[in-house]
Design a protein around this ligand. Sequence first.
Ligand SMILES: Cc1ncc(COP(=O)(O)O)c(C=O)c1O
Length: 473
Amino acid sequence: MDNLMHTKVKTTTTLLSQLRQEFLQQEDIILKTDEYLDRQKVFESNARSYPRRIPLSLAKAKGIYVKNTQGQVFIDCLAGAGTLALGHNHDSITNGLKKVLESNLPLHTLDITTPVKDQFVIDVFSALPRSFSDTAKIQFCGPTGADAVEAAIKLAKIATGRKTIIAFSGGYHGMTNGALAMMGNLGPKKAVTGLMPDVHFLPFPYTYRCPFGLSPTESINANLHYIRSLLNDPESGVLKPAAIIVEAVQGEGGVIPAPVEWLQGLRKVTQELDIPLILDEVQAGIGRTGKMFAFEHADICPDMVVLSKAIGGGLPMAVLLYNKKWDQWSPGAHSGTFRGNQLAMMAGSITLDVIDQQGLIKNSTLMGGILKTNLLTLKDNYAFIGDVRGEGLMIGVEIIDPQRSSTMGGEYATNPLMASKIQQACLQKGLIIELGGRDGCVIRFLPPLIVQAGEIELITKCFASALQLVSEV
Ligand SMILES: Cc1ncc(COP(=O)(O)O)c(C=O)c1O
């Protein structure tokens, strides 16, 4: 494995931020990585996931960098699956957490209010577009995205009295019983019986692999036409749903941004038919796509918004926001013990403040634009790169097999073996990236929003040398 500390870094010093150089100079005790990994294999469940593809034991982290227990430094373009908007151990968050810890505030308050919670609610409402926040209510949920998704579904069913839910192919909403039922990926759900019933799937406008076999423009129109006719057809077989749940940019499904005109069309038809539209912003929200919320690209106003990941500033936190016209559930209808995490609320408030003060949403657009341009240049040199897409700092590179035609939309087949090789080569070159999408063929870049231009060049260099490596063998 290349040791970035001693080789690459020297040759690319001019590209490095001050932050990284300081981090690299820190001395650590060198431990045996294998011991940790071996013990992990022995004790942890067979369901463990990331360590199988990213076999690292991590000791330190700062900004976009992590260091393993052997002292090797990696650029973290996974960032807690998009959670770490400000990167690892941001000074403002560390200081804020210290303040809470030293204040004697009860750290566990169920959903009883505190000054920290009060401020957090004000901050979240201020971050939302006025068209939504003016009539919004907030529900604190158990601290995972999946629990807030469950809350949204529950509320929609209670408020409408309907039982059917519509989700989208390629969608990801978490791993609980209801959320799993709404998942596109068949892998994790096929062995589980008794998932939430009455879930129907519509095709997502994945224009690179159009399920209708049409060109991108035709694809969007056909998709909308299909949704509209299904929802109005008395013989569609699908009851009027309690809600439609959608990601404005599908993340786990392969970094697929919903085209603006499609989201607008979806909003229009759901409004006409009085169907609550739930925007799952767990991954795309809080500045990642170059807007505070990804649905803002389409300038729509959802009925419900689900937030988690970055809204807790790296600590567990999930909330559901919704138009108060749906506020028809009873007291205690969605309770849960861990809904009062003061540290996460403080970290969330600080995250929103730093994003605002440091213009990180603009940074997401600018840095994401540079990274996408760089990746598009690389695409010209490698036939196995089929597509480069995304918004802001949520970017995907789809890996294909140009020798095999596709059987599920799009011209060429997916290439899971090559995608996996690229991921491992990236790790060798000091870059942590994750895979997603059909057959795990989309390489996903989710760096922290604080990433700087020099660091984008460094990410590109690492990725380029990984591509070079897999092409040589
Ligand atoms: C869009 C989306 N919704 C929901 C979830 C589930 O969140 P959690 O893993 O915190 O339950 C995720 C997680 O990746 C997600 O990306």
